[in-house]
Design a protein around this ligand. Sequence first.
Ligand SMILES: Cc1cc2nc3c(=O)[nH]c(=O)nc-3n(C[C@H](O)[C@H](O)[C@H](O)COP(=O)(O)OP(=O)(O)OC[C@H]3O[C@@H](n4cnc5c(N)ncnc54)[C@H](O)[C@@H]3O)c2cc1C
Length: 383
Amino acid sequence: MAELPTSASVVIIGGGVMGLSTAYHLARAGVADVVLVERDTLGSGSTCKAAGGVRAQFSDPVNILLGQRSLRAYERFAVELGQELDLQRSGYLFLLDDPDHVAAFEDNVALQTSLGVPSRMISPAEAKALSPMVELDGILAAAWSPEDGHCTPESVVLGYAGGARRAGARIVQHCAVTGIDVVDGQVRGVLTEAGPIATDTVVCAAGAWSRAVGEMVGVELPVEPVRRQILTTEPMPGLDPATPFTIDFATSLYFHLEGPGLLLGMSDPDERPGFELGRTDAWLPRLGEAIERRVPALADVGIASGWAGLYEMTPDHNALVGEADGVSRFLYATGFSGHGFLMGPAIGEVLRDLVLGRTPPVDVAGLSVDRFGSGVRPELNIV
Ligand SMILES: Cc1cc2nc3c(=O)[nH]c(=O)nc-3n(C[C@H](O)[C@H](O)[C@H](O)COP(=O)(O)OP(=O)(O)OC[C@H]3O[C@@H](n4cnc5c(N)ncnc54)[C@H](O)[C@@H]3O)c2cc1C
């Protein structure tokens, strides 16, 4: 563990994509004495468990803008941060077999294109031409955006960590935050396993563990951990290198190219909230059925490896981003409900501006934790 600083202008709790992007953007803006504290190693939470999908195809304007701005940042990342990302702009293809889903995606595409996203509805035959392994049984239409894609989470972690350090931020690993000292409604410091850090500003970027951090200052952050699993296949000779990130929306089965094979995943509706991270077989029969129907060519391919990670779910599947009212100053960026990797760059800029009292590049007022009870509509386009 690096030596613990005794004071900081801002303490960021959590060394995933959100915390690291925030540290980088704050330090690059000239903020001195930024300290990020991670209880394990950088990226060890959900970030390095992500499938790496990056997209702007959402149903909510704020999510579209955050996704779009982050795509631009991931395009520049290798040059700006000196770290290759293996960014594959192979597009995202949503396969739709339910008339209600088709109608909803038509509305989403209209909204996305009004905001400059080059998405469009395409026919089943066009979808098959883009993703040749899919079986079209029951498919009515598909939504497609060629600018979406996927990249490598570990590289994003390395890039932002290096960039943040070069700009002067301090990163302390293997050091859990155990409490936050608040006096008369003002943050005075952060308590860690290795000792206290005096500060008046805390950013919670603790992912699936954020509820406990919010409790340290009496702020309820409604984030629930839910396990998700991923498998990678043995090499599959003859794979089309242009294969998009393909999603069978009704079952949530998805796959994309990963080295010489595929990475695939699917949600498990029986999974209950909890911090359990062991791999289980309970989801495999349902996964097998979805594969048999939609990608039968995959049924006989060997599995090379797999892992489990945590989605950080909120009641409406939208993120929580903002500054708490009741305590000064406690900011939060969490609850990305399974699509935080793709929003990390833009959220780092937003947090920088909220800390500095500037107007952020995307208006995130609707993502305040105060929204619950006000009947906001949920993000529908999560996988
Ligand atoms: C299987 C899977 C697939 C996914 N696929 C995608 C995808 O394709 N695209 C996409 O956009 N998103 C995807 N996601 C979601 C994405 O991984 C998350 O939304 C994102 O990584 C959240 O980043 P974060 O920085 O908020 O949290 P995390 O990466 O979880 O970081 C939080 C960190 O806080 C630390 N921490 C917690 N409490 C404390 C404490 N008290 N003191 C110090 N440190 C603490 C943790 O150790 C952790 O490292 C996927 C997630 C999973 C599980």
